[in-house]
Design a protein around this ligand. Structure first.
Ligand SMILES: Cc1ncc(C[n+]2csc(CCOP(=O)(O)OP(=O)(O)O)c2C)c(N)n1
Ligand code: SF4
Length: 326
C-alpha cells in the first residue's frame, strides 16, 4: 500500500546500503536487487515506510543491501513475519524476498495460506531451481531428470508449478520476470507493489555457480518456434495476453481469466512467458478484519503504547484489546 509519497523520486543509488553484496560474479540476485531499488526510487516511496524482509539463502541477504527498514528472518518463514508486520502497521509497504527453496520448499505451507489470506504485500521469489547457499541441491522448481553440475545424479523428483499452486491458493497477483531484464523486472515489481493484495513475482534468476542449465546464455538465446526464430524469454502482453480481471463481480470473466491463466501456466513450449499471468482485485485481509473489529478502522496495533506508566514494556495485545479478541 502506498501512502504519502516523496516530492521527487530518489536516485536508485540512494537506496543502496553501505553493505557490499557477497554474491558470486554474474549472479542474478544483483539484477533483482537493482530492479527493486529502481522500482522503489521511481515510485517516490519514503524508505522509512518500506519494510523489506527476507528468508534464508543467497537471496535472503537482499534485505541487507537495500536502504529501507528490513529484517533477515528464518528459513521458509519470511511470509509469517511479513504478514505480521503488515497487520501490525498497515501503513507499511511490505516486500518479502526469498529463494525458491525458501518459499516453495520449507516455506510451502506458509506460501499456501498466505494466498488464502490476501494480505496486501509483495513476495519476490528468486527462482534459480537450486538451493544456492547450501551448494546447489535440487529445489522444488528443478524439473525431473535435470542434472545441473551441482548434482551427482539427475533429479528424481517432479517439479512443482508455483503458479498453478498460487492460483489454486488464492494469490490475487501472479507474475513472472527475469533478473536480467531490468526494465521488465522494475515495472513488474511496481505493479506488484501497487496491487492491493497478495502479489507473487517469480523471477528467473540464473545461479552461474550451481545451475549450468538455466544460465543467462540459456535465457538470452533465440529458439525456433513454428519455423521462426524467437526469443526464449518473451513478454506475454506483447503477444496479446491479458491476465487482469476487469470486473471481479463478473463470474464469467473471472472463470475465463483463471482458465486462461492455467493454460498459460501449463503451456508446453520451450519459451518462457514474462508478465502478469493473473490479477484480480478482492478485499484484503485487513479489509475483512476491519469488518469484524471496527477499532481497526481508526487504529492499528502499532498505535498501542509500547510502555506503561512504569516504563514496563507492553507486549500483550490482549491487555489493550481484550474486548475485541475473538
Ligand atoms: C530450518 C533450516 N533448515 C535448513 C537450513 C539450511 N539452509 C540455509 S539456506 C538453504 C537453502 C536456500 O535455498 P533457496 O531458498 O533456494 O535460496 P538461494 O540460496 O538459492 O537464494 C538451506 C537449506 C536453515 N538455515 N534453516
Ligand atoms: S551460489 Fe548461486 S545464487 Fe548464490 S550467490 Fe552464487 S550464483 Fe548467486
Amino acid at each position: 500500500m502506498v501512502t504519502k509519497l516523496l516530492n521527487q523520486p530518489l536516485r536508485a543509488s540512494q537506496l543502496k546500503s553501505d553493505k557490499h553484496p557477497d554474491w558470486c560474479p554474474g549472479c542474478g540476485d544483483f539484477g533483482i536487487v537493482n530492479a527493486l531499488q529502481q522500482a522503489l526510487a521511481e515510485m517516490k516511496m519514503p524508505p522509512w515506510e518500506v519494510y523489506l524482509l527476507s528468508g534464508i539463502g543467497c537471496s535472503g541477504k537482499s534485505s541487507h543491501y537495500v536502504n529501507v527498514y528490513g529484517a533477515h528472518t528464518l528459513h521458509g518463514r519470511v511470509l509469517p513475519y511479513a504478514i505480521g508486520a503488515k497487520l501490525a502497521n498497515p501503513k507499511l509497504t511490505v516486500v518479502a524476498a526469498g529463494g525458491d527453496g525458501d518459499g516453495y520448499g520449507i516455506g510451502a505451507e506458509h506460501f499456501v495460506h498466505a494466498g488464502r489470506r490476501n494480505v496486501d504485500l509483495t513476495y519476490i521469489i528468486f527462482d534459480n531451481e537450486v538451493y544456492g547457499l547450501t551448494k546447489g541441491q535440487a529445489s522444488p522448481t528443478l524439473p525431473q531428470g535435470d542434472q545441473p553440475k551441482s548434482l551427482p545424479l539427475p533429479n528424481i523428483n517432479q517439479a512443482i508449478n508455483p503458479f498453478a499452486l498460487a492460483l489454486a491458493c488464492g494469490y490475487t497477483f501472479i507474475a513472472r520476470s527475469y533478473a536480467y531484464d531490468a526494465k521488465h523486472l522494475k515495472a513488474t515489481i511496481q505493479k506488484a507493489i501497487y496491487h492491493k493484495g497478495m502479489a507473487l513475482v517469480d523471477v528467473l534468476q540464473p545461479c552461474p555457480t550451481y545451475n549450468d542449465l538455466r544460465t543467462k546464455e540459456f535465457f538470452d538465446e533465440e529458439i525456433e518456434l513454428r519455423g521462426q526464430q524467437t526469443p526464449r524469454v518473451y513478454s506475454m502482453e506483447d503477444e496479446g495476453y491479458d491476465g487482469v480481471v476487469k470486473n471481479p463481480m463478473d463470474r464469467e470473466e473471472v472463470n475465463a481469466k483463471r482458465l486462461a491463466a492455467f493454460e498459460k501456466i501449463y503451456q508446453q513450449e520451450d519459451r518462457v512467458g514474462l508478465g502478469v499471468y493473473f490479477q484480480i482485485h478482492m478485499p484484503t485481509y485487513t479489509d475483512l478484519l476491519r469488518n469484524n473489529l471496527p477499532i481497526l478502522t481508526t487504529s492499528a496495533p502499532i498505535d498501542l503504547p509500547y510502555y506503561d506508566d512504569q516504563m514496563n514494556p507492553v507486549t500483550d495485545l490482549a491487555s489493550g484489546w481484550q474486548d475485541f479478541i475473538v
